[in-house]
Design a binder for this molecule. Structure first.
Ligand code: ADP
Length: 401
C-alpha cells in the first residue's frame, strides 16, 4: 500500500513486427515505474534499452523472436527490482490490433487467440507477433492475467454511414467486412485530452496521428465518428511501407503484368509501398524529407502524396463534423515534422485554420501552434497509448472479478 491506495502493477506491451516496447505502471497513481524496449528482433544484434527513475541502460543481445524479447523484459524488470517477480504483475495489457468478430477489451484466452490468428493475413505486421508473445506468456506464466485492448474498440461509436463499404450487405454482417478503424488507444487519449483542453464536453476534434502508421479520426463529444483506417491497418493514408487507400481492381491487372501471385502482390502492398514504395528511398519520413530537399523527384512525390491524403481526410472530417474546435497532431511525424504540419495546413484560412509559423517551428511537447486569428485551435500533443491500455486493463480486471 502507498498513501492508502493498493499498489497495482500493470505492464503494457506494444509490439511491432520487429520491435517490442513496454511500460510498467503503478496504477495507484498511474506512475511509470520503468520503460524499455527491444528493436531489430530477429537480428543477432537486437538493440534493447531500459529506463528506471531517469537512468537509461542500453546494449545489444541476440533476440531471435518476440518470445526471447518478452523473457528479457521480465528478467530486466526483476533484476532492477521494479518487480519482486513477474507474479507481482496484476496484468499484462496488450495494445492488440485486430481479431475476427471481437473488439473492445478482453482477457486473453484460447478463443481470443484464435480470433486474432484468423486475421493474421488482415494485419500481417501486427497480429502474428502479438499471438506469439501472448501464447508464450500464457504457457510460461499462466498466473499473470493477459488483457487484449483492441485498437478497434474506440471506433465502435462510428455511425453506420461511415462504417459500411458499399458491398453486398451480408459481407458486413456475416463476415465483418467493414471499416473497423484502428489507432484506437491513441485517438482515445487525444479525444480525452483535447476535449478537456478545449473546455467543452461536446468539442469537435480532428486527431491526426501521423507516424509509422498514420490515420485521422473525427471526434465529437469524446467519441469517434470516423477513422481513415478501414477493414485493415493497411488502408487510409499512405503509411511507412504500407499502401493506404488503393483500388482493388488494379490487382488482376498487376498479377497479369508482373506474373506475381495475389499473396506476393499483397506482400508488396503491405511491405514495399507507402512512403518507401513511392520514394524508393526509405520508410522513414526524415530520410524522405532530406532526399526531397536534395532534389530527388520521387521523394518529393512521396511527400506530396502523403500531404494530399492527409488534406483529403481533413477536408472530409471538417464537413462531417461541421467544422472543428481543434486539430491535433500526434505520432512521430505529427509531433516532429514542422514541414509536414506546415504543408498540411497551408491555405486553409477560409476554414478558420491558421498555423503560427514561429510556434510551429519551435514547439516541443504539448503545445498550441495556432495563430492569434485562427478560429480553430491547433495543437501538438504527444499521445499516450500505453496509459490508455493500462487503464483499460485495470478496468477489465475489475469487471472480471
Ligand atoms: P510508429 O507508428 O511505428 O509508432 P512513430 O509514431 O514513432 O511510429 O513515427 C515514426 C515516424 O516519425 C518515422 O517516419 C519518422 O521518420 C518520423 N519522425 C520521427 N522524428 C521525426 C522528426 N524529427 N522529423 C520528421 N519525422 C520524424
Amino acid at each position: 500500500m502507498r498513501g492508502g491506495a493498493p499498489i497495482m502493477k500493470i505492464l503494457v506491451a506494444n509490439l511491432g513486427s520487429t520491435s517490442f516496447k513496454y511500460r510498467l505502471f503503478d496504477m495507484a497513481d498511474e506512475k511509470v515505474l520503468a520503460r524499455g524496449g527491444i528493436e531489430r528482433i530477429g537480428s543477432p544484434q537486437s538493440k534493447w534499452f531500459v529506463e528506471v527513475a531517469g537512468q537509461r541502460e542500453e546494449s545489444t543481445v541476440a533476440a531471435k523472436d518476440h518470445a526471447v524479447a518478452v523473457r528479457l523484459c521480465l528478467q530486466q524488470l526483476t533484476d532492477k527490482k521494479c518487480l519482486a517477480s513477474p507474479k507481482e504483475l496484476a496484468a499484462i495489457g496488450f495494445k492488440a490490433v485486430h481479431a475476427k468478430g471481437i473488439t473492445g477489451v478482453h482477457r486473453v484466452d484460447e478463443a481470443v487467440l484464435q480470433a486474432m490468428e484468423a486475421y493474421n493475413d488482415v494485419a500481417p505486421a501486427h497480429n502474428p507477433p502479438y499471438v506469439t508473445a501472448m501464447r508464450l506468456l500464457a504457457n510460461e506464466s499462466p498466473e499473470i492475467p493477459l488483457v487484449a485492448a483492441f485498437e478497434t474498440g474506440f471506433h465502435e461509436t462510428i455511425p453506420a454511414a461511415h462504417k459500411y463499404y458499399a458491398v453486398p450487405r451480408e459481407w458486413a454482417d456475416k463476415h465483418g467486412i467493414k471499416r473497423w478503424g484502428f489507432h484506437g488507444a491513441s485517438h482515445r487519449y487525444i479525444a480525452e485530452r483535447a476535449t478537456k483542453l478545449v473546455g467543452n464536453a461536446d468539442a469537435k476534434i480532428i486527431s491526426c496521428h501521423l507516424g509509422g502508421s498514420s490515420s485521422l479520426c473525427a471526434i465529437k463529444a469524446g467519441k469517434s465518428q470516423a477513422n481513415s483506417l478501414g477493414m485493415s491497418p493497411q488502408t487510409g493514408l499512405p503509411h511507412n511501407n504500407r499502401v493506404g487507400d488503393f483500388d482493388v481492381f488494379a490487382l488482376p491487372a498487376l498479377m497479369r503484368a508482373t506474373g506475381k501471385t495475389l499473396p506476393q502482390i499483397l506482400d508488396d502492398l503491405a511491405n514495399r509501398s507507402g512512403l518507401e514504395g513511392l520514394s524508393g528511398k526509405s520508410n522513414d519520413l526524415r530520410d524522405v524529407e532530406i532526399a526531397a530537399l536534395a532534389g530527388d523527384g520521387n521523394a518529393r512525390l512521396a511527400l506530396d502524396v502523403f500531404v494530399a491524403a492527409v488534406r483529403h481526410y481533413l477536408g472530409a472530417y471538417l464537413l462531417l463534423l461541421g467544422g472543428a474546435d481543434a486539430i491535433v497532431f500526434t505520432g512521430g511525424i505529427g509531433e516532429n515534422s514542422v514541414t509536414m504540419r506546415d504543408a498540411i495546413c497551408r491555405d486553409l484560412a477560409w476554414f478558420g485554420i491558421r498555423l503560427d509559423a514561429a510556434k510551429n517551428g519551435l514547439a516541443k511537447g504539448e503545445a498550441r501552434i495556432d495563430a492569434a486569428d485562427s478560429r480553430v485551435q491547433m495543437w501538438i500533443m504527444p499521445t499516450n497509448e500505453e496509459l490508455i491500455v493500462a487503464r483499460q486493463s485495470r478496468d477489465c480486471l475489475a469487471a472480471c472479478v
